[in-house]
Design a protein around this ligand. Structure first.
Ligand SMILES: Cc1cc2nc3c(=O)[nH]c(=O)nc-3n(C[C@H](O)[C@H](O)[C@H](O)COP(=O)(O)O)c2cc1C
Ligand code: SF4
Length: 430
């Protein structure tokens, strides 16, 4: 069983072992140097671990790119309340399919990352919150966890160190909003997965009001390597502000879609044309959504000089997010694609905030009207106005995410909207 596509330009740190069933086992992971990072962590102590992660410059891979070591250092000293590490394995962002692969092929890498992270923040219990649809993924992880418990890597007195860390797997019910960290905590507590108002931030009052850190699967999968090799080692890849490698999930109209691990700062066009084999059927590139569905859409000229790091994509007018690169060729109906994305956000909105609940519904209705040839130019202004009112006004950023592709597509592909509107006007006049 191999892994569908790979490329010589990849730097496989966390994806080494993709496609190799042996890497799923404890013996296979140990043969790759597995659990050495945990041993090193127990040697250097919690603050030594945080120093190493800070030195690496590793930024959270769940979307926001917040530095992991800095986040860990926000956790208070141990007090009366237990500390928790929550691993976010909810992965529901359209176009994103990296975390499931990290778990499916290298479950021990994640378990080791969770152990090191828990140790660093003083947590004796870590929960891995898995997306409800991840059936095989959960089975693989549960088997690996059993092996790790049996071998003394998880549970009481880990490797004779006196440290106790338990790991519990929790399977969600497949709601996108439970990927938002405070929605995730509510869901894990047995409540509806509604995002909470911040502050208080999770490090102050998170899971069951206790100090909590939430990290993405990819973030935690990097951590064992930082302890084994040292934080500075990770900086040989990537850029000054975006160090290391990143898994890019490429989907859409390329010849070889898939997960590719590349240094941050890799050129966008090289990813599309070389690594992914170019656009299908010899077609022309039309648009890219570089960071999952929640970020502004880019046109070809935005892509030409764009480097795939947090700063590079921001400079090109969008966001790296979780690096889910959705590629669209000249045959794509942009208005239809944007309507489809907004419809997804409307369906997944938890409904707490009026701008999000009403805004996503109205965006979908107006876009559908334009798509059906019943729109007017005035609708474009209404869409932009709605998007503005939906941005920065709600409890979580799902609302902002829904507005982002609408505003950017009107700005960059206005002609397509106008063509649909004018065609509709002509049909109406006939
Ligand atoms: C609507 C919404 C959905 C999200 N879904 C996910 C998700 O599926 N996985 C994830 O890791 N982060 C997701 N996030 C981001 C998390 O809230 C959080 O920032 C992340 O898990 C932190 O991990 P990191 O610091 O390692 O990146 C989502 C955020 C929002 C607003
Ligand atoms: S922005 Fe939307 S999804 Fe987020 S809390 Fe408000 S209503 Fe819920």
């Amino acid at each position: 069983m191999g892994y569908p596509y790979s490329h010589e330009k990849e730097v496989r740190l966390i994806s080494r072992g993709f496609g190799d069933p042996a890497a799923r086992t404890l013996d296979g992971w140990k043969a790759m140097g597995g659990y050495e990072g945990l041993e090193k962590a127990l040697e250097v102590g919690p603050s030594g671990v945080i120093d190493e992660v800070k030195a690496s410059g590793l930024r959270g891979r769940g979307g926001a790119g917040f530095p992991a070591g800095v986040k860990w250092s926000f956790m208070p000293e141990k007090g009366e309340r237990p500390h928790y590490l929550l691993c976010n394995a909810d992965e529901s962002e359209p176009g994103t399919f990296k975390d499931r692969e990290l778990i499916r092929w290298l479950p021990h890498q994640l378990i080791e990352g969770c152990l090191i992270g828990s140790y660093a923040i003083g947590a004796e219990h870590c929960y891995i919150y898995l997306r409800g649809e991840f059936f095989e993924t959960t089975q693989v992880l549960a088997r690996a966890l059993e092996e790790a418990y049996a071998a003394g890597y998880v549970g009481e007195n880990i490797l004779g160190s006196g440290v106790t860390i338990d790991i519990t797997l929790h399977v969600g019910a497949g709601a996108y909003i439970c990927g938002e960290e405070t929605g995730l905590m509510n869901s894990l507590e047995g409540r509806r997965g509604l995002p909470r108002v911040k502050p208080p931030f999770p490090a102050a009052a998170g899971f069951f009001k206790s100090p909590t850190t939430i990290n993405n699967v990819e973030t935690l999968s990097v951590v064992p390597h930082l302890l084994t090799n040292g934080g500075e080692w990770y900086r040989q890849w990537g850029t000054e502000k975006s160090p290391g490698t990143k898994l890019f999930c490429v989907s859409g109209h390329v010849r070889k879609p898939g997960n590719y691990e590349l240094p941050l700062g890799f050129p966008m066009m090289e990813l599309i044309e070389d690594v992914c084999g170019g656009i299908r059927d010899g077609n022309e590139l039309k648009a890219v959504i570089p960071g999952g569905a929640s970020v502004p859409i880019m046109n070809v000229s935005d892509c030409l000089e764009c480097s795939l790091d947090y700063e590079g994509v921001a400079k090109a007018g969008s966001m790296l997010g979780c690096a889910s690169v959705i590629v669209m060729d000249e045959t794509t109906d942009i208005v239809k694609q944007v309507r489809r994305l907004v419809q997804f956000f409307s369906h997944e909105s938890c409904g707490q905030c009026t701008p999000c609940r009403e805004g996503t519904t109205w965006l979908t209705r107006i876009l559908s009207r334009i798509e059906d040839g019943r729109g007017t130019e005035q609708d474009l202004d209404t869409l932009l106005d709605l998007g503005e009112q939906m941005t920065g006004t709600t409890i979580c950023v799902l609302s902002d995410s829904a507005a982002a592709p609408v505003a950017s597509s009107i700005q960059k592909f206005r002609d397509e909207y106008l063509a649909l509107i004018r065609r509709g006007e002509r049909v109406g006049a006939a």
